[in-house]
Design a protein around this ligand. Structure first.
Ligand SMILES: *Cc1c(COP(=O)(O)O)cnc(C)c1O
Length: 233
């Protein structure tokens, strides 16, 4: 077995164990493989090991990989910061976007989604740590944004995403994820039907699953440590 295949097997087992521990069915949590900075061959390898959902953070880099791997049955998720001049490429080439934090961006994605494709599946990124530096809508403004995004014709609002401050303390991790879970419950009481909580990365997915994550976004535990180079976007 390749390293990526055995890492994937270990991650799947750990995700299932965390679900079981939380009294949830393992199939309630889907695994997104975060392949940013890794070459198409790494994705191909993971795909051969049964992984079909992949996430990217940089538009230019992702477009190269999507083209190179077009023959594979991959569902592509965009999880990075979204600039206004990149919305068309995202709308045309991705199945999901997790990082919508502003109505303007959502409107552009909806307007630019090609008519022959199914609606773009969208999560709102919520800034639960409430820091100025982080992107995402504030919890207090999330309901307003969600109601507006839910009206857009070529988007399907699925849920919420967050990237909390890293912490080694499981209680701190769970507290942040609990905020996102409670926000989804609140929005659903207000009439939305959000089925997705995109939360949990390599270092904190167990806590996220304990708080109700339905999608975990895992990169380094599958592909190894990332080495960043100059990005062309
Ligand atoms: C890179 C990234 C991940 C994966 O992080 P790992 O720690 O490698 O698992 C998850 N979510 C987002 C938004 C990312 O940018």
């Amino acid at each position: 077995m390749t390293t990526i295949a055995s890492n994937l097997q270990a991650v799947r087992a750990a995700v299932a164990a965390a679900a079981t521990e939380a009294g949830r069915a393992p199939d309630e949590v889907s695994l997104l493989a975060v392949s940013k900075t890794f070459a198409p061959d790494a994705i191909r390898e993971a795909c051969q090991a049964g992984q079909t959902r992949f996430a990217e953070s940089y538009v230019q880099e992702a477009l190269h990989k999507i083209a190179a791997l077009h023959e594979l049955p991959i569902e592509w998720h965009f999880i990075g910061p979204i600039q206004g001049n990149k919305t068309r490429a995202i709308a045309e080439h991705f199945d999901w976007v997790h990082s919508v934090g502003r109505l303007k961006i959502a409107e552009r994605l909806s307007a630019q989604r090609p008519a022959h494709l199914s609606p773009l599946q969208v999560c709102l990124q919520v800034n639960i740590s409430n820091e100025d530096s982080k992107s995402g809508v504030s919890p207090g403004e999330a309901a307003h944004l969600a109601m507006a995004v839910a009206q857009l014709p070529h988007l399907k609002l699925r849920g919420l995403m967050a990237i909390p401050e890293p912490s080694d303390d499981i209680h701190v991790q769970r507290g942040a994820f609990a905020q996102l879970r409670e926000l989804r419950e609140q929005l659903n009481r207000q009439g939305l039907q959000l089925d997705t909580l995109s939360m949990g990365m390599s270092h904190d997915f167990a806590a996220a699953i304990a708080e109700g994550a339905t999608m975990v976004r895992i990169g380094s535990a599958i592909f190894g440590a990332r080495i960043y180079s100059e990005k062309d976007n």
